[in-house]
Design a protein around this ligand. Structure first.
Ligand SMILES: Nc1nc2c(c(=O)[nH]1)N[C@@H](CN(C=O)c1ccc(C(=O)N[C@@H](CCC(=O)O)C(=O)O)cc1)CN2
Length: 285
C-alpha cells in the first residue's frame, strides 16, 4: 500500500505559526475575532462550527457563533452579514455551508467587505484569485488545504494535474490556484466523458465531488499523488471520493478521509483570519 498522507504534521506546524502570530496581534492590542454565521440545519455544518469554536479557543482566537433560526429571510441574513462586516471588533466572517433551502450563499457572502470574507468566496476574492492576484486576495481554505499536502510530497509547479469538481468552494478556485502555482491543469466535472483517461495521465490528482468511491483503480496510475477533498456522510460515516483500498495499491501517496484535507481546512480558515487582519491594517498591500 502507498503511504497515507495524513495532515497531522502540517496541522501541527500551521497551529504553531498561528499561535505565534496571534501573540503578535495581542501585543499590538488586537484579539483576532471570527464570526461564524449558522443558517443551516445540516448536522455536519453545525458540528464544523463547534469544531472551529473549540480549536479557536486553543489558538487564542475569539469566535462568535451566530445561529439564525428557520424563519430567517435572505434580507435578514444579508443584514446580519453586513452588520458583522462593519463591526470593528470582528476581523473575519464565515458563513457555514450549505445554507438552509431558500437562502442564497453568494448573495449573503457578497454583503461582506472583501477583507472580512475569510472564506474567500466573495466575487472580489474569487476574481483576484482567478486573475492570479492571490497575494492580495483571501483564497478559500479547502483548496489551500488540498495544495499543502500535495506540495509536501512533490512540487506542483511544472506538473500535470487533474482536478475533478467545479464547485465554488473547492474545485473551481483550486484549478485557478494550481495555475497560479505553475501547474498545467486538466479540469473535469460530473459531465466529463471518459474520466479515467483524463485522471490517469496526470502527476497529481485532486478530487472534490462528494461522491464516495468515485475514484477507483481505473482512474489512477503508479507514481501519482492523490488528494481527496470529498466528504460524503450519507452512509452515516464520513467517506471521501477515493476508494482508498483500490487506489492505495497503485499510487505513490494519497490523503485519507478522515484525517487529510478536512483538519487542514480548519487551520487555513484561521490563517485566512490573520491574513484578513493584515489586509485590514495595511500590513499586506
Ligand atoms: N463556509 C464554509 N463552509 C464549509 C467549508 C468552508 O471552507 N467554508 N468547508 C467544509 C467544512 N469544513 C470547514 O468549514 C470542514 C470540513 C471537514 C473538516 C474535518 O476536519 N473533517 C474530518 C472528518 C470529521 C468527521 O469525522 O465528521 C476529517 O476529514 O478528518 C473540517 C472542516 C464545508 N463547509
Amino acid at each position: 500500500m502507498a503511504p497515507v498522507l495524513t495532515s497531522k504534521e502540517l496541522v501541527e506546524g500551521a497551529r504553531r505559526e498561528i499561535v505565534a502570530h496571534v501573540a503578535e496581534e495581542k501585543q499590538a492590542g488586537r484579539v483576532p475575532c471570527m464570526a461564524v454565521v449558522v443558517a443551516t440545519d445540516d448536522s455536519a455544518a453545525l458540528s464544523y462550527a463547534r469544531v472551529k469554536d473549540r480549536i479557536a479557543k486553543e489558538l487564542g482566537i475569539e469566535v462568535r457563533i451566530e445561529v439564525l433560526d428557520a424563519s430567517t429571510t435572505q434580507a435578514a441574513l444579508n443584514q446580519r452579514m453586513e452588520a458583522l462586516s462593519n463591526d470593528p471588533m470582528v476581523h473575519g466572517v464565515l458563513l457555514e455551508l450549505p445554507l438552509r433551502r431558500g437562502l442564497d450563499a453568494n448573495i449573503a457572502i457578497n454583503c461582506l467587505a472583501p477583507q472580512k470574507d475569510i472564506d474567500g468566496l466573495s466575487d472580489f476574492n474569487v476574481a483576484r484569485v482567478a486573475v492570479g492576484n492571490e497575494e492580495v486576495a483571501i483564497a478559500p481554505a479547502t483548496p489551500q488545504a488540498c495544495i499543502a499536502p500535495a506540495e509536501s510530497e512533490t512540487k506542483v509547479a511544472g506538473k500535470l494535474v487533474t482536478v475533478i469538481g467545479r464547485g465554488r468552494t473547492v474545485g473551481r478556485p483550486l484549478a485557478h490556484m494550481l495555475i497560479n502555482r505553475g501547474a498545467t491543469v486538466i479540469h473535469c466535472h460530473s459531465g466529463t466523458s471518459d474520466l479515467p483517461s483524463l485522471t490517469s495521465q496526470c502527476d497529481i490528482l485532486f478530487t472534490a465531488t462528494g461522491r464516495a468511491g468515485l475514484v477507483g483503480a481505473a482512474h489512477v496510475r503508479a507514481g501519482q499523488v492523490v488528494v481527496d477533498a470529498g466528504t460524503d456522510y450519507s452512509s452515516g460515516k464520513v467517506l471521501g471520493d477515493v476508494d482508498a483500498e483500490a487506489v492505495g495499491h497503485v499510487v505513490k501517496a494519497y490523503t485519507p478521509v478522515p484525517g487529510g484535507v478536512g483538519p487542514l481546512t480548519t487551520v487555513f480558515l484561521f490563517k485566512n483570519l490573520l491574513k484578513a487582519i493584515a489586509l485590514q491594517t495595511g500590513s499586506e498591500q
